[in-house]
Design a protein around this ligand. Structure first.
Ligand SMILES: [Mg+2]
Length: 218
């Protein structure tokens, strides 16, 4: 499926919009990179290491986590990820520092997250046309709500469906199904918008939801 831009999304006869958050409504990649730099800077006070070495350990930590747990909500936990990295480095009481690193990570991620201008215009247009919007996303409800608040997008989003609500990640159909239920509409009346061809697009299409793969500034 080819990528499109937000203004190309057809809202004719649409009764509700399901939409992804990360790398769809804002650039997660750059906010994540910024937050990880801050985590690394703090970690260096306890255990000096190059950013490249930290990045390598962080990536290896993700692989261990998803390798052992599979694609489930807890595999997205930064606390568990940081703890795993600290344990590998034999840091005493790794859980304490992991908790602090998670706090630093999210504080800086929220700080750096800025709504994509085209995505914002799209959400405003949905509001103008009185089309309700439900976020469908693979991260914890509190984290995603904090992002919406920080970017002042909460005024355009009526509901959220998160992976911790259902215990599964996209593209599991139950997330999209729950989104339809919250909006009170059928699959034919909805559209899904997201940046991931598998998780967002195929997942929604499996339920017969018209889906748009959007190009965002990653
Ligand atoms: Mg995404």
């Amino acid at each position: 499926m080819a990528c499109i831009h937000f203004p190309q999304i057809d809202l004719t006869h649409v009764k509700g919009v399901l939409i992804d958050l990360d790398n769809t409504l804002y650039c997660f990649s750059s906010a994540n990179a910024y937050a990880l730099r801050k985590v690394h800077a703090f970690l260096c006070k306890k255990r000096p290491m190059s950013y490249a070495a930290f990045e390598k350990e962080y990536e290896a930590g993700w692989k261990r986590l998803f390798g052992s747990l599979g694609s489930v909500p807890s595999a997205h936990s930064r606390f568990i990820l940081f703890q795993s990295v600290l344990e590998k480095n034999a840091i005493p009481k790794p859980y304490l520092l992991a908790c602090k690193l998670e706090e630093i990570y999210f504080k800086n991620l929220y700080k750096k997250a800025k709504a994509d201008p085209q995505a914002l215009l799209f959400l405003k247009e949905c509001r103008r046309q009185k089309i309700p919007v439900c976020l469908v996303t693979d991260l914890f409800g509190t984290v995603q709500t904090n992002k919406l608040l920080r970017m002042k997008l909460d005024k355009y989003v009526d509901f959220i469906v998160t992976n911790d609500e259902l215990g599964v990640d996209k593209p599991h159909p139950s997330l999209f199904q729950r989104g339809l239920e919250k909006l009170g509409i059928s699959a034919k009346e909805a559209i899904m918008v997201g940046d991931n061809p598998e998780n967002d697009i195929k997942g929604a299409q499996a339920l017969g939801i018209r889906s748009y793969l959007v190009e965002t500034d990653k």
